[in-house]
Structure formats: C-alpha cells, structure tokens
Design a protein around this ligand. Structure first.
Ligand code: AMP
Ligand code: GLY
Length: 423
C-alpha cells in the first residue's frame, strides 16, 4: 500500500522511514517533506502546505494512498483529519475535537480535572488584571502558559514575581497572537520529566516505550526551551510498575473522558509527565501527536509494522491486535541544530558527512534540510537528529556521538550531554 505522511520535520522523516520498513508499504509521499524524505528510497516529496486540505485530499485519492498519517499539531488542530475522513480517506491522527487536548491548555486542564488525572493546580484567566491579582497570592516559582499553540514558546517557568507578571503582560499584549488571549497559571511541579506516547483507537490505549526529551538548548538543561534537543528510549525513570500506574491514572481515564464527551479520539496521545521525587506521575501537558525528537528514538525500536498498528487504530481493532513488539536495547537521538536556535539562526549551509555517519550504523533523520541535486542544505533551526542504537543507553549514545563526528555544517551546535540524567 501507499501512505501519505503530512509534515516536514525529523519526526516525519522517521515516520516515513518506519512505515517503509513494513513489508506492506510500497511508497510514501511526504507533504511537504524535507531533504531526508527526498532522498529516502521509495519516498517522494510533494510541495504543498500542511494546511492545504484540498491539495492533500487530492494527493491521497490520486496516489492512491490507503493511509494518511498526520505528523504536526497544526493541521490536526485545524481539522485535517475530519476533512479527509469525510472524503473516505483513512487517517491516523485525532479529529479536531480531540486535538483540543493540545490546542487549548485550558480545555486540556478541564478534561484532566473531569477525568481525575493527577496534574498541577491551575487557574484560567482571560484578562491581565485578575491574573496579576492572583499572582500576588501565589508563591514562586510559578508557571504561566499561553492557552493556544505557540510552537513550544508559550510557557514561562517564572522564578520571581516580576518575571511572572511580565509573562502575563506579554501574553495579553499579543506576544503569542491569539494563542495568548487566554492564560493558564499553574503550580510549579518539581521532578523528572518523561514522555509517554500512547497509541489508541478511541477505546483501547497502549503506551509505546517511555522516553525522555531534553527541552533546554544548553548543556545541564540551561537556557531557553526548544522543541527538544535529544531523546532516548526506553527511559529507566519509567519502570514497568510506573507505566502501569500511568496507564491506570492517566491514559485510561483520558480516553474514557473523551468517549464520555462524544469524542472519538484515534491516533497518538502524548502524555508529558513530571515524575515527582517520590515517584508519583503528574501530567504537565498532553499532545495530540508523536513527539519530536522522541519519535526518532522510539520508532527505531518498534518491531511491529507501524502501518499495521495504525490501521488497527483506525479500524477500532486495537484490543484484539497482538501486543506491540520491540527490539531489545536502547535508542538515543542527538539533535544537531544551527547555532542561534531557538532564536534566529543562519540557513543554507551545506551539510557534509551524512553517508559516512550512516555507514557507522547510526540512523540520520533530517529535519530542517533541503535536497539539491548533489548536496543537502540546512533550512531550519533543528537540522538533523542522529539516532544510535545499542544494547544499553551508553552504547546507543556512543554510536550517535561517533556518527556526529563525521557530520559538518557551518554553525553546527548540539548538546554533548544527552542522557546525563540517567548515565
Ligand atoms: P508544556 O508546553 O506545557 O510542556 O511546557 C513546556 C515545559 O515547561 C515543560 O516541558 C516543563 O519543562 C515546563 N513546565 C510546564 N509546566 C510546568 C509545571 N507546572 N511545573 C514545572 N515545569 C513545567
Ligand atoms: N519533544 C517535545 C514535543 O514534541 O512536544
């Protein structure tokens, strides 16, 4: 069968690669894709915007594609799934109503409260004055969140009252556009973060291998937050017992609450968790999609054909689908970025050493890149994700870092401490 993958980041290169590992998948069309998907055998790019609903539907029908997989949150929140389904196309990714779990932090918080899911105490504000008054009654640190989609930039962990006030004022002044006209102020949670991505058909929900991301740009988790600078799986922070607790306290209640609200949620539900110092999981946020770069660490370990489990979700057969099978060992992905990211950064630099890096056994997933006839150029802040596999995390990391030594582009930056919390 043929598959369309919507998106053009490292996650989508990984999705295309993982789908093509399945004996059932003949060809993948990436919309718009990147330099990595352009050069992947049996994969091609189609230059259309992720939100060009009519163009994506036409591509799916003409290819023809048996399955469309939507990577990013924007088209999901804009209702691409609903649009394609109405035209008889099978889609992996939740409907617009379900995508609100990521598109509105206030909506997500209400769902968590209704479902009894452990999370930080929070209040929602639609104007600056009452928000500032509330802040005067709260201790710091405290967390200020723009309600809507802000490309990972809408959250401030404020360590002083002044910083908290400023975040509220900035948000209502339009720093995040419409996304910031509603603000969630929430209790600070301490602990270790973990990402549990789970796959669901709206009735049954099953976790993938638990992962950990590195959000901050700087080593030692310092500096501004990014989309993610590296990830590994499985993380020992989430033990099998803890994963069962997360299933009971987070995943099952979330799906039951969607159902109670009449929302048929099928696709990935990504729980961003804070594991407290005493080992209790609480939800930081939910996403309605695969994580980036968690996907680059999790999917290389998946032995079950990805297309088959996705079809089982779309067709409501997850309960009778065999348990997911995984390769033994660990995977670690290190992100190579253009210096300056998450602020402004240069583009158009030539990338060298990609073949040599792959020859050593690492998987090089491309993100912000563009393929030209004989070279690959940078086209984004996060440029590559280099995944190493190994019998344990230390070996996986060594494979990734030794592959990175072969890669070069001007202004290349990466963290040298991925995995530091576990090693
Ligand atoms: P979010 O977009 O909600 O995941 O927030 C981005 C990042 O901000 C998270 O990955 C955490 O590192 C941090 N964060 C968000 N909410 C909290 C909280 N209540 N307590 C502590 N850190 C938080
Ligand atoms: N890596 C974090 C995210 O995908 O939201």
């Amino acid at each position: 069968m043929n598959v369309v993958v919507v998106g053009g980041g490292g996650r989508e290169h990984t999705l295309a690669w993982a789908l093509l590992r399945s004996p059932q998948v003949t060809e993948v069309v990436c919309i718009p894709g990147n330099g990595g998907t352009a050069n992947l055998p049996r994969c091609r790019n189609l230059t259309l915007a992720e939100t060009d609903f009519a163009g994506i539907a036409r591509c799916a029908l003409e290819t023809p594609a048996e399955l469309v997989v939507i990577g990013p949150e924007l088209p999901l929140a804009a209702g691409l799934t609903d649009y394609l389904q109405a035209r008889g196309i099978k889609v992996f990714g939740p409907c617009q109503a379900g995508a609100q779990i990521e598109a509105s932090k206030a909506w997500a918080k209400q769902l968590m409260v209704e479902a009894g899911i452990p999370t930080a105490q929070a209040r929602v504000f639609t104007a600056a004055e009452p928000a500032l008054a509330y802040l005067r009654t709260q201790p710091v640190p405290i967390v200020i969140k723009a309600d809507g989609l802000a490309a990972g930039k809408g959250v401030t962990v404020a360590h002083s009252r002044q910083e908290a006030d400023q975040a509220v004022l900035d948000s209502f002044a339009g720093k995040f556009g419409d996304a910031g006209h509603q603000v969630v102020i929430e209790e600070f949670m301490s602990g270790q973060e973990a990402s549990v991505l789970a796959i669901t058909d709206g009735q049954t929900i099953r976790p993938l291998l638990p992962a950990q991301d590195h959000k901050a740009i700087g080593e030692g988790d310092t500096g501004p937050n990014t989309g993610g600078m590296g990830a590994y799986a499985p993380t020992p922070v989430v033990t099998p017992e803890l994963l069962e607790q997360i299933q009971r306290q987070v995943l099952d209640p979330a799906i039951a609450t969607f159902r109670r609200r009449g929302i048929d949620y099928r696709g990935i539900l990504y729980a961003g968790l804070m594991i407290s110092p005493t080992g209790e999981p609480r939800v930081v946020e939910f996403n309605c999609r695969f994580g980036d770069p968690e996907t680059q660490a999790v999917l290389p370990l998946l032995k079950t054909p990805l297309d088959q489990v996705m079809l089982a979700c779309i067709e409501g057969r997850l309960q009778s689908f065999p348990p997911l099978e995984w390769y033994a060992g660990a995977a670690a992905c290190v992100v190579l970025a253009a210096a300056g990211y998450p602020g402004s950064y240069p583009q158009g630099m030539a990338i060298t050493g990609l073949d040599q890096a792959s020859a050593g056994g690492a998987l090089v997933f491309q993100a912000g890149t563009e393929a030209e006839a004989h070279r690959t150029l940078t086209r984004g802040g996060r440029v590559l994700g280099v995944t190493g596999l190994g019998e344990d995390l230390a070996t996986a990391l060594a494979t990734a870092y030794s592959a990175i030594a072969a890669i070069h582009f001007d202004h290349m930056y990466y963290r040298r401490d991925i995995g530091h919390r576990v090693l």
